[in-house]
Each structure stands twice: as structure tokens, then as C-alpha cells.
Design a protein around this ligand. Structure first.
Ligand code: FAD
Length: 489
């Protein structure tokens, strides 16, 4: 219905420059992408075949809380709750007090997505809520260039006009036909002018309209997120299996990603140039690859932060034009898609309704800040003191909103984040317990339970979860049946 209305009243023209190209290294996603893909009517199998996609059950973090540690931020829910009122992580904390730490299950062992990920297994979740195999969700890894191409074909088939060209300048309103605070037209290299009522600035880091023509201030978050460089390199595909998770390994000045696709593996090293050189980063990246490199590493530069308002006048910045958060939790494509959903919800008339604009901006600011806090927490909650970089992030000041979240957690294991936060209890508990931030207290109703009896129940949940995970097929076998991509050129 939405598409019909749009095609009747609204024409969309996309100006894009093949000479400039796209960033194209966003290869890992989070579960809400499935709703977005459904919303725009993508067929999962077709889309996965077309983009060399694999399934993602979470992110395995190595060396974050301490060198040698690992945990999975899994996508899903605990195997089962012990109690309808008190959340399982409180009981898990109580059970720890029983002693026997060596064979006491880790918090991640409560989640089927983690057990399946480590076992290299995957199938679509069981739709029946009674089934233990319904207790997880998933996202994708894919080739971002192919995803862009796939979406472009679909958009063009639905009436979007694509124009190859390079925007060289912008004509602002003169006050006669178009208000002075608005953009009247973009001007291409060859002199053509394109007028429109609404301009969506998706020009990437250049932020041509929002940051450039309108000079919207950039709120710099690099004091909390000092990483400002990435080296990206593809390597050969894994041969024996395909891991259904992203791997994020912390190094001494940043971290390295590994993203398994059907035809190759995506790798990259995100690092802070104030703490280390590009040469060292390149050596570290190449030395840590699991499979042979297929190219030389490509350098990308960025700065954490966002334009204060994404919607100004008749311009709405989306994607990198609106801001950047490093890809530690694979959130950038999500922020593009959630901005599009919000734009549709708040779609303006030609008057560019200020109420719609203000609400759009408020919701965007909240969403970005919440995601920002979650990413900062990975750096702040660490025991690492082996480099200047880790000493800096471990001891830095953090946003008041994150400080409050950590204070509640440490005090009582209570998660105080807003219900609309992209990351909820499963994610925060994975991070905080995975990186060793154990609450000092637990929920008052769990306080007086017998730790030995609770530890028995926790062990039972871990065993059930593991048994269910082992019943799933191997991820590589599932892909070869469900969505095999054509062999790469
Ligand atoms: C190192 C790194 C790793 C990342 N990893 C992930 C990840 O794992 N998961 C994730 O979700 N996201 C990730 N991202 C982010 C992801 O790559 C971006 O969110 C995504 O590519 C969207 O980018 P974009 O469309 O805003 O910008 P771009 O990809 O830069 O596209 C900009 C477009 O604007 C056009 N353009 C620019 N200037 C002009 C001009 N003058 N005239 C005409 N056209 C112009 C370009 O041709 C291009 O088509 C990562 C980003 C980086 C830097």
C-alpha cells in the first residue's frame, strides 16, 4: 500500500557516481534487518543467493575483558526462565555462589544462539513458541556491494530513477520560490540542475548537503570512541565450515573483524591512529588472517559522531552523511534502515512540517546515543591495561547516560535502559557479564535462594540448550540446501 501511494504522488530520483563508488565494507548486520527486508518484500532465499550471504547468530568477542577471554553476544533469548518475575541472570549470579566455578556454566551458555554458533550449526528458528528451537533469532553477513546492487534493481523496477552523475554544487532557495533555508536544486558536473521538494543526503562521509551546503554541526564523539581508521581486506573463504557468527578480536590499539561469506571472508582492523601506526596495523591484520588474503588492505578514515540534526530544512541525512559509529556491533546499515522507516512514518508535506521534523530528529538522536553508549561500554568495561589505548579507554569519562546504566547494573544487576533501546537485556548482559562486570547484588527476591539448588537448575538449562543446539544441521550444509550462491568469478 505504501508503495502504491508513493508511486502515485511521489517521484524518487537517485543521483549516484560510479566513479566515487560506495564504502562497501558493511558486511555484518543485526536481526532487525529481517523486518526491513520483509517490509520491502525481499525473498530471503533469493536475496541470500544474490549477495553471497551467510547466517549470523551473534558476535564472538575475543580479548575484550582480558587477554584470553572470549564470549558471544548472541541473538536471542535464554533457554528458559527459572521464574516468571526475576530474570535469569539474577539466578545465574546466585548459582555462582555455590562454588565449583570451574564447571559452572558461563552466562553465554544459557543461550541457544551461542551454543549453535560455537558448534557451527544453523537452521531457521522453529515458529512454535513452545519449542526450545524458537529461542533465537538471526541476522546476515553479506557482500555489501551485491546487497546495494540487489536493492537498486528492486528500487528501479518499482519506479525509482537512477541518474549517473557527480554533484558539484548546490543551489539554495532565494526566498522567491523556495525558502532561503532550503535547497532548491543540486547541480551536476555537466551543468544539469535537479530540483526537488525533499533531498535525502546519502552521499556518505562527504555529507554534501547536510554537512556541506547546510553546515549542520558535527557532534564529535571521538573522545569516547577514539578509533578513526580501518584497514579492510578480503581473504579466501573458510574451507572446512562456515562460522555462523562474526568474530571481533581486540588488539592493543583497536580490534579486528572476521565475517564469513559464501565466496570469501571479510576482514578488517579498526584502530586509533593516535595510538598506533598504519604500518603496524596492516602487519597485525595480515598476520591474524585465518585464510590467505585476496587483495591488499584498503584504508578508510572516519570520525565517530553525528550531525546534530539529521533533518534540516528540506534535507534529511541518512547513513554516513548523518554520522558514523564504528562497526563493532554492525549497526550502521541498521541506522540507515531505521532512519528510512522513521522518514516514512514522519513523511513531510511540501511545508516540511516542523513538528514531524523535530520528532524525527529527537528519535534519531536518542537512537544514535543509545547505540553509541552500547559500543563505548565494550571499551570501558575492561580489565585490560596492556597498552596506552586500553588504559585510555578504561579510565576515560563516559556519557552520563552510560554511567547511569553501569551504576544500576553494578549495584543490583538491574538494566535501566529504555524499552526502545536497540540493545536489550540479552545484549547488555552478554557484554557486561562477558567482560567481567558482575553486579554486587541481585534482585531482592533471588537473594535468599539456596545457591546449590539454583546452580543445579542453571546447569540443567545449559545442558538443555546445548542438546537442542546439537540437533541443528551444520551451517554450511544448511546454506548449501537453502540459499547456495553462484560460484564467484
Ligand atoms: C570500516 C567500516 C566497516 C563497516 N562495517 C559495517 C558493518 O559490518 N555493518 C554495517 O551495518 N555497516 C558497516 N559499515 C557502515 C556501512 O559501510 C555504511 O553504513 C553503508 O555503506 C552505507 O553507507 P552510505 O550509503 O551512507 O555511504 P557510501 O557507501 O559512501 O555511499 C555514498 C554514495 O554517495 C555517492 N556520492 C558521493 N558523493 C557524490 C557526488 N558528489 N555526486 C554523486 N554521488 C555522490 C556515492 O557514489 C555513493 O553511491 C562500515 C563502515 C566502515 C567505514
Amino acid at each position: 500500500m505504501l508503495a502504491t501511494t508513493l508511486s502515485r504522488d511521489t517521484q524518487i530520483q537517485l543521483v549516484e557516481s560510479d566513479a566515487i563508488g560506495i564504502v562497501g565494507v558493511g558486511e555484518a548486520t543485526i536481526p532487525p534487518i529481517r523486518q526491513f527486508n520483509r517490509f520491502i518484500g525481499l525473498d530471503e532465499r533469493e536475496f541470500m543467493k544474490a549477495t553471497q550471504a551467510t547466517f549470523k547468530l551473534g558476535i564472538e568477542f575475543h580479548n575484550w575483558g582480558a587477554i584470553g577471554d572470549r564470549y558471544i553476544h548472541q541473538f536471542g533469548y535464554v533457554g528458559r526462565e527459572i521464574d516468571a518475575i526475576v530474570k535469569l541472570h539474577h539466578w545465574w549470579m546466585v548459582g555462582r555462589l555455590a562454588g565449583g566455578a570451574a564447571d559452572y556454566p558461563a552466562w553465554e551458555d544459557m543461550f541457544l544462539a551461542k551454543s549453535a554458533a560455537r558448534a557451527g550449526r544453523f537452521a531457521l528458528p522453529d515458529p512454535s513458541p513452545q519449542s526450545p528451537l524458537s529461542r533465537y533469532t538471526y541476522a546476515y553477513h553479506f557482500d555489501a556491494h551485491l546487497y546495494g546492487k540487489y536493492l537498486r534493481t528492486i528500487a528501479e523496477a518499482r519506479g525509482v530513477k537512477r541518474l549517473e552523475g557527480r554533484i558539484s554544487s548546490v543551489r539554495k532557495g532565494s526566498g522567491e520560490d523556495v525558502a532561503e533555508d532550503r535547497i532548491a536544486a543540486v547541480v551536476l558536473d555537466d551543468g544539469r540542475e535537479l530540483e526537488a521538494d525533499l533531498f535525502i543526503d546519502c552521499s556518505g562521509f562527504r555529507s554534501l548537503l547536510l554537512g556541506g551546503a547546510l553546515d549542520e554541526p558535527f557532534d564529535d564523539w571521538s573522545h569516547w570512541l577514539p578509533a578513526d581508521r580501518a584497514l579492510a581486506v578480503p581473504s579466501a573463504r573458510e574451507t572446512s565450515s562456515i562460522a555462523p557468527f562474526t568474530k571481533a578480536t581486540a588488539h592493543n590499539v583497536g580490534w579486528q573483524w572476521r565475517i564469513p561469506l559464501q565466496h570469501r571472508t571479510g576482514n578488517g582492523h579498526v584502530f586509533a591512529s593516535a595510538f598506533g601506526t598504519e604500518g603496524d596495523a596492516e602487519q597485525r591484520l595480515l598476520a591474524a588472517l585465518d585464510t590467505p588474503a585476496l587483495d591488499t588492505p584498503r584504508l578508510l578514515k572516519f570520525q565517530a559522531g553525528r550531525r546534530r540534526n539529521a533533518w534540516v530544512g528540506n534535507v534529511i541525512g541518512i547513513g554516513l552523511a548523518a554520522g558514523f559509529l564504528e562497526p563493532l556491533e554492525s549497526t550502521s546499515i541498521h541506522l540507515v534502515q531505521s532512519a528510512l522507516e522513521s522518514l516514512i512514518e514522519h513523511f513531510p508535506s511540501r511545508r516540511m512540517d516542523p513538528l514531524m521534523r523535530d520528532r524525527f530528529n529527537l528519535l534519531a538522536a536518542e537512537e544514535w546515543e543509545r547505540v553509541r553508549d552500547f559500543i563505548i561500554a565494550h571499551y570501558k568495561v575492561t580489565g585490560r591495561s596492556d597498552s596506552d589505548f586500553w588504559n585510555h579507554v578504561r579510565t576515560m569519562d563516559i556519557p552520563a547516560s552510560l554511567a547511569e546504566t553501569l551504576e544500576y547494573w553494578e549495584e543490583s544487576g538491574f538494566l535501566s535502559v529504555h524499552k526502545g533501546h536497540l540493545f536489550q537485556l540479552g545484549s547488555w548482559s552478554a557484554l557486561l557479564l562477558g567482560q567481567g562486570l558482575y553486579p554486587r547484588g541481585v534482585h531482592a527476591l533471588a537473594n535468599r535462594a539456596d545457591p546449590v539448588q539454583i546452580a543445579g537448575q542453571i546447569r540443567a538449562i545449559a545442558a538443555e540448550v546445548d542438546q537442542a543446539a546439537q540437533s541443528l544441521p551444520l551451517h554450511a550444509d544448511f546454506i548449501s540446501r537453502y540459499c547456495p550462491a553462484p560460484a564467484a568469478d
